[in-house]
Every structure is written in structure tokens, then in C-alpha cells.
Ligand binder design. Sequence first.
Ligand code: SF4
Length: 302
Amino acid sequence: MEIFLTEYAGVCVGVKRAIKMAHRTTEDSDGPIFVLHEIVHNNHVVNDLANRGVQSVDDVSEVTTGTLIISAHGVSPSVISEAKSRNLDVVDTTCPLVSKIHRIVKALSDKSYTILLLGEKSHDEVMGVQGHAKDNIHIFHRKEEIHGLPLTDGPVALVSQTTQSIKYFDEILTLLKERYPQLEVHNTICDATEKRQTSALEIAGNMDVMITVGSMSSANSRRLQEVSGGLCKDSYLVDTAADIRAEWFTGGERVGVTAGASTPDYLIEGVIEKLMEISVEKGVAPSVIRNESSEEEFIEVH
Ligand code: SF4
């Protein structure tokens, strides 16, 4: 079995930063610590934080004292205001690239734009972005929803959830331009998402099997599996090595491995080890081809 690890895979700079800030909080803070929803969408990272004593809550109203960690996905300004009104210490791990969308949306809203947000309505990031606009923001995800978006002669802008597929964004853009000739476009898909999708697409067409390592709750992991599946029909999303089935392989395959932006390195290495074991069990000596590149970290960590 030949195992190929994509050039960009696994934890992005925003997730690294959020985990580092959360760990530091557990070392430095007295009193109870809470996190709103999941710090990042990976089951193992979430469980690790729970083991460090951080309790997960669904709403700021559940917290009456202590420290509240805001996840990398960001929140609406009303959540921060409410936390402050409850005298909570707030540790805001919102990824700077999500904060950038908050600023864009607020500026557009202040200028009375109709804002079209391509994203999943129930995703934490999308709900947080929505809260930065006054009211004229419309969230949609499927192409069929476009005809239901309001028609206007006024200014209209498109923004995107950071983890959308680049190809899908372009398809949506073509359709929207027919409906809104005046459309102003803000492609806010983040660099980490783009790099992971592009490097998966670079190899997927030459692979017999593609494995994406990531949790089902992770939007960017699901998207990676979808884009890989477009070029490689045997494409699987696995949370850990334990989800991999020997019957998916004969031993002689070329197997591509990629991972979502919230997947820790040790889970990727666990998957590679498991694939090597399966290859040996099938009587084929495995080889691992790595072509990894590193990414620059954000400079400031509070
Ligand atoms: S996927 Fe992009 S937006 Fe999300 S945390 Fe990583 S760098 Fe930030």
C-alpha cells in the first residue's frame, strides 16, 4: 500500500491558537471555567478540555460565575455583552480570520447593504457572524434557496462561512451575479480551508481510496471529504484509526490521507499507522509519502 499524506492537513493556525489559549486559561484561572459549545469541532480536543475541568455550556445564561471561553468559531456581540453583564471573565479565542468577517459584515450592515451569507444556518460561526449585522442578512446554503433571496436595487454583498468549498462558492457566485448585477463579493473562505481542499484535490484523482480524518461535527472535515469524493469514489470520513475497516482495502492501493483543520496530528499519525498495519496484514510492504508544508502562526496570543 502506498500512503500519501496531503501537503496541508490537520490543525490550522486558528485552532492551534484557540487550544493554546484554552489550556493557558486552565493553568492560570481560579474558579470554574466554562466553554460555550465546543472550543473547536473535534471530539478528542473537546474531551481533552473536559478532562482539564472545563465545562461545556450551550448558553451564556447557564454561567453565573468564573471564566467563559468563547470558541474559535466566534459569537454574536450580544453574547460578549451578556457575559460581561454577568461579571464573567471572558477568554475570547475567536479565530482572527472569523473576526475579520465580523468586521466586514458590521461595516456592510452600517452602510445598509443587503448581506448574503453562504453557510450553514445552525453552525456556530454562521450564527456569530449573523449577530454582527443589524437585520438585513440572509443565510443560505443550497442553490435552490437563491430564488427566495430578496430582490433589491440597493447594494448587495456576498460573504461566506470560512469553511465552504471553493468550487461551490464559485458556482454560487455565478448564479448570484445573474440575480444581482451589482453584487459586491467578499470571498471569506479562509486560507487554511483553501489549502487543505486544494492539496486534497491535487492527489485525490490518482488515489484508489481517500481518507479524511475529522469529526462529523467539523464543517471543514465534511467539506474535505466531499471534495475528495468528487475525484475518488472510495472516500471516507473517519474520526480516528478505530473507524477504519480492513475490508476497504486489498493491500495494493494508493491511499490518500487528509485531515480537517481541527484534527490533532496524533490522530492523523494513528490513521497512517493503522493503514500500514492493514497493508502488512494483507502481505504488502507499505510506504508513506509525505509532502508536508508548514503554515505561519498568528503572531499575537493573549
Ligand atoms: S479553519 Fe480557518 S477560520 Fe477556522 S480556525 Fe482555522 S484558520 Fe481560522
